[in-house]
Design a protein around this ligand. Sequence first.
Ligand code: ADP
Length: 275
Amino acid sequence: YKNNIIRNQSNLLLKEKNNELQLAKEKAEKASKARAEFLSTVSHELRTPLNAINGITHLLLEENPKESQLNYLTSLKFSGNYLLTFINEILEINRIESSTIETENITFNLKQLLGNIQSSLKELASINNNAFTIKVDPNIPDFLIGDPTKLSQIFLNLINNALKFTKNGEVKVSLAVNELNPEFTSIHFEVLDTGIGIPEEKIDAVFDSFSQGSIEINRKYGGTGLGLTIVKKLIDILGGKIKVESKVGKGSAFSFDLSFKIGLDQIHHEKKAEF
Ligand code: ADP
């Protein structure tokens, strides 16, 4: 009888503890949701007037301004663009962290995706006089099933950095097959540059939010310190892990592996439709 009382009491205590834990969890989830909503609202509210400021700056720059005005407007354009990038990146991190981001699973043409990336970054490559190449293992199937939007975002961020931190050098993107069978392939992606490199003591922190190089480097190259945070989170979502190797004055290499189901190609689709 005594044992029964003790057992009941301890069950009661356990139940109370579980209830408390559940309440604490719900409270934390509510707080996190409120924070995400707040951040999202503030960012959107900031973006609307900022788009107007940037748009008007752009118009004024096209009206043949005097030299003194040109200086002010160029500075306005730089700050406006910086703020817009910053707000967009905060929104993106917020979206990823609050799990409102979904992973796509659609058939896409890998070569086409890479071609679009190459042409959109061609101008940036020429500004710093960099040779920019993309090499794709011919064994990689053209059509894959996955999330092309996230993959593009990852590439754009990594290649942007590589082109930004390299002058008169080389930026090479390469894709190699790790594993290939009729249904599935694992690909090794690498973005390599011959730029300024990352000091050893900074390398572990490059993926942290707002982590940047020295003050001089920040002043010279600009940026928000959020790009690699986004890249790491996106690669995590897609089931990969990013690695970085770098040497000051020699260059950097960012790499990751991702797996994809193989998609049916267009010809296959058309043939099927004919029958
Ligand atoms: P940022 O907007 O400052 O480029 P990132 O998160 O993309 O922010 O990068 C964080 C920091 O890592 C950069 O400020 C820079 O110091 C360093 N870094 C990133 N990529 C490279 C690279 N390819 N070469 C040299 N340094 C790099």
